[in-house]
Design a protein around this ligand. Structure first.
Ligand SMILES: NC(=O)c1ccc[n+]([C@@H]2O[C@H](COP(=O)([O-])OP(=O)(O)OC[C@H]3O[C@@H](n4cnc5c(N)ncnc54)[C@H](OP(=O)(O)O)[C@@H]3O)[C@@H](O)[C@H]2O)c1
Length: 230
């Protein structure tokens, strides 16, 4: 099974890539990047990097070459809110890949796994007092990605992940894991849990809702990690 990843050089996308590479059901991981990944990752035999100069342009030949992929894990994103990176780039991918799949796709719908956030809001009318710009821009993407899946149900499924605070391995080892544990599954998720859950959605999303909250990500992610360890 082939899985595509965008945002592979980032914290969350990087974890998704590492877990995709380790998963036996995934035979090929295609990362679309604007800069190289570290050599220990990029040398992996399952990995192929495609250099993208401008994420606003998705050439048809590039998409055609990967129209056999099962899913895209879209983990590109900014913290301040960027109309291009947080909205235009993913929407262009959705529309361009959708067009290719309309003519090319057979079998199960393509799964678009979108990293969003707990505090992202789809309602554009309501005034937000904190971080209004990034929360609303990403909310617009949620709306568009869900609407695309609704109108293209034969070829496309969208999954919106809404993690709260993401706890890195460094944070856990520095003792902040205790704070995370105190805050609980509604608010905090470990990066490994998030990565495991994203990879599972890419492989098989049966029974999952389109909008997935932090608690579901943390609990299911933990189950997946535990089943791997036994
Ligand atoms: N940390 C948390 O607790 C948390 C919780 C919920 C949601 N989130 C959201 O999750 C998203 C990803 O978080 P992260 O910590 O993984 O971020 P990160 O480490 O900063 O990674 C961001 C990724 O997006 C890419 N990117 C950003 N702007 C781009 C652009 N203009 N063109 C091409 N690529 C671009 C980066 O590529 P380059 O490496 O090439 O720059 C990188 O791969 C963010 O939007 C964040 O708001 C984070």
């Amino acid at each position: 099974m082939k899985v595509l990843v965008v945002g592979a050089t980032g914290m969350v996308g990087g974890e998704a890539v590492v877990q995709c590479l380790a998963h036996p059901a995934i035979t090929k991981v295609i990362v679309f990047v604007r800069r190289d990944l570290p050599a220990d990752v990029s040398d992996h035999p399952k990995l192929e990097s495609v250099l993208i100069k401008d994420f606003a342009i998705w050439p048809e030949n590039v998409l055609l070459a990967h129209s056999d992929a099962a899913a895209m894990i879209w983990a590109m994103g900014t913290y301040k809110g960027s109309i291009t990176a947080d909205l235009e780039y993913p929407v262009t991918f959705i529309e361009s890949m959708g067009q290719v799949l309309e003519t090319k796709h057979s079998g199960a719908p393509f799964r678009f796994v979108n990293l969003s956030g707990k505090f992202v809001r789809r309602n554009q009318e309501k005034r937000l007092w904190l971080l209004e710009k990034p929360r609303k821009i990403k909310g617009l993407l949620e709306t568009k990605a869900l609407a695309f899946a609704d109108s293209h149900a034969k070829i496309w499924e969208t999954f919106i992940l809404k993690p709260g605070g993401i706890m890195t391995k460094k944070m856990v080892s520095s003792g902040a894991g205790i704070i995370g544990a105190m805050m609980g599954d509604s608010w905090v998720v470990r990066i490994e849990e998030l990565g495991a859950f994203m990879v599972q959605l890419a492989i098989n999303a049966e029974g999952e809702e389109s909008i997935i909250d932090n608690a579901r990500i943390a609990r299911r992610g933990r189950e997946l990690l535990e089943s791997k360890a036994t």
